[in-house]
Design a protein around this ligand. Structure first.
Ligand code: TMP
Length: 206
């Protein structure tokens, strides 16, 4: 089914993903690739509505309900945006994907791993990224870098974000062929360079 390349950028809040997604898009476009930038949750009408609820709801959201809402956003994102783009030989760069769910709902909130496996299997239609870039940073630094008011997840605090970080690093350790870990406390240009190198080698092999 798949012809294009699917690259995901992951990391805790404030790790600088969005800046790096923009930099990678510019680099790939200059190289003549057709590029689709997406974000999870989001990037579809339904996904953006769910994102609004998930990030800014003032009511408490039960962790299992939260899991289902993220999964619903991802199912729509995969079927409506990612799969059609990959079929059309586009390079898709997604700001987050299923790794966020294991890190935040699993490691952060203690949602049962079996549930996450089932939910992700269905919402992702079996789609696995070609490469995941993990921007790793200490939450004490990343949370202090946030310039706008904290959203629902960022308000969970540093202890929560430490668990999420540990979750990401655990996944990266267990799947070294999928994950590339980059030190997100480095200067922005240095991070961008490392991501470019990684993307170039990924494009050669896919
Ligand atoms: P961001 O797009 O600005 O990084 O915000 C998305 C937030 O949603 C972030 O706090 C991580 C969180 N999230 C989850 O908790 N589970 C998920 O499956 C995804 C995709 C994101």
């Amino acid at each position: 089914m798949k012809k294009g390349t699917f690259i995901v950028i992951e990391g805790i809040d404030g790790s600088g993903k969005t800046t790096q997604v923009d930099r990678l898009k510019a680099f790939l476009s200059e190289r003549g690739h057709r590029v689709l930038i997406t974000r999870d949750p989001g990037s579809t009408a339904l996904g953006e509505k769910l994102r609004e609820v998930l990030l800014y709801s003032r009511q408490a959201i039960d962790p299992v309900a939260e899991t289902m809402l993220y999964a619903a956003a991802r199912a729509q994102h995969v079927s409506e945006r990612i799969i059609p783009a990959l079929r059309g030989d586009v390079v898709v760069v997604s700001d987050r994907f299923f790794g966020s769910m294991y890190a935040y709902q699993g490691w952060g909130k203690g949602v049962d791993r079996d549930l996450l496996d089932v939910v992700n299997r269905h919402s992702c239609r079996g789609l696995i990224p070609d490469a995941v870039i993990l921007l790793d940073i200490d939450p004490a630094l990343s949370l202090s870098r946030l310039k706008r008011p904290a959203d629902r997840m960022e308000s969970e605090g540093q202890e929560f974000m430490q668990r999420v970080r540990r979750g990401y690093l655990d996944m990266a350790r267990k799947s070294p062929s999928l994950y590339t870990v980059i030190d997100a406390s480095l200067p922005v240009d240095e991070i961008a360079l490392q991501i470019r190198r990684m993307a170039e080698s990924c494009l050669k092999t896919t």
